[in-house]
Design a protein around this ligand. Structure first.
Ligand code: NAD
Length: 329
């Protein structure tokens, strides 16, 4: 069965990426929307041929429980709303995809996971890179030790924030943090999936060059992660630097991604030679896989537990910024 997806929150990512990607899927389609802005309902309904019966707002959202045309709810809201809408979606009997970062902290992630379990619904995080050929190649090279054991990784992700100074992204209560939550999560994950291991401790420092803009959230954060295998792993995130790379050194060679983490065109090298892999519509592959998982009744490769693991690292990085010490994850 081709599953119906409803997008909750029609901001930049829904409008610019997810809705267009959902025109290229085979196992699911854009069936409904949830929006607080009536003008968007009119616009989206016309553009994507969405029937009135599949359009909800934040007041009548729970009535979606009675709508068999919606199988999956995709939460694309500011971070502070992720937990509430994921739990309400699961209680309405729907499978859920929640955007990254999964929630404000690891505690919220754990609550979301157990709510979906209790409702017997699948939960997945919007981790599109697990379906992206260059990043999948890095997982293979690192985890299967194709060039030997990975001994060092350096990775960073960030962009120069030029948006609204009053946006939710710059408010700790709404976003959970700044560049680390939004961009650093990819670099944390890049190291985790290159090694196929979970980090045990972290030490972090930060820098602010525009403190007037980033008064409430982190701007640039640097960290070192301890992994059980002993690889030396450094990472950084920023709202003030255009970074997107992963460099890995192994005992018999090296590999790299640059750009590593965006949804535009990505590139990678193995011992300096281009990977020559295709760029795909990552979000189409991601949601199609989740629809497949639902039809096959199996866990996604990016379940809530994967989001929780990253948030535990993020929480420990914030603790280390406060303490100035190594923190256990
Ligand atoms: P955005 O600000 O453009 O959109 C947020 C939407 O939520 C808006 O339509 C806004 O109207 C709506 N909203 C509803 N209630 C709100 C409230 N109380 N306060 C503020 N907004 C409210 O943000 P975005 O860039 O689309 O990001 C949304 C989510 O998607 C975030 O979790 C973000 O990290 C994630 N995202 C993921 C990727 C990715 O590559 N996976 C890329 C961009 C964004």
């Amino acid at each position: 069965k081709k599953l119906g997806i409803a997008l909750v929150g029609l901001g930049n990512y829904s409008k610019g990426q997810l809705a267009p990607a959902l025109q290229h899927t085979t196992n699911c389609y854009l069936a409904g929307i949830v929006t607080g802005t009536p003008a968007k309902a009119v616009e989206w309904s016309a553009k994507y041929n969405i029937p009135q019966k599949n359009i909800y707002n934040y007041q009548n959202f729970d009535e979606i429980a009675d709508n068999p045309a919606i199988d999956i709810i995709y939460v694309v809201l500011p971070v502070f709303m992720h937990k509430e809408y994921t739990i309400r979606a699961a209680r309405a009997g729907k499978h859920v995809i929640c955007e990254k970062p999964m929630a404000l902290n690891a505690q919220e992630c754990a609550e979301m996971i157990s709510a979906c379990k209790n409702a017997d619904r699948l939960l997945s995080i919007g981790y599109r890179l697990h379906f992206e050929p260059h990043n999948m190649e890095v997982m293979r090279l690192g985890q299967k030790e194709v060039l030997g054991k990975v001994t060092a990784i350096d990775t960073g992700n960030g962009f120069v924030y030029g948006g609204d100074p009053n946006a939710w992204r710059l408010k700790k209560a709404l976003a959970g943090g700044g560049g680390l939550m939004d961009m650093g999560i990819y670099a944390i994950q890049g190291a985790r999936y290159t090694l196929g291991q979970e980090p045990v401790a972290v030490k972090a420092t930060q820098e602010k060059t525009r403190p007037e803009l980033f008064k409430d959230v982190d701007e640039t954060v640097f960290w070192e992660l301890k992994f059980p295998g002993g690889a030396k792993v450094t990472g950084k995130s920023s709202y003030n630097n255009n970074w997107s790379y992963l460099h890995a050194q192994a005992t018999n060679g090296k590999f790299a991604l640059e750009p590593a983490y965006g949804y535009g065109s990505l590139d990678g090298t193995i011992n300096g030679k281009p990977m020559q892999l295709p760029n795909i519509i990552q979000q189409a592959a991601q949601v199609d896989d989740f629809a497949n998982c639902i039809n096959a009744n199996k866990q996604s490769r990016v379940p809530g537990e994967e989001g929780l693991k990253d948030m535990k690292v993020v929480d420990a990085i914030y603790r280390s910024l406060d303490s100035g010490k190594w923190e256990t994850i």
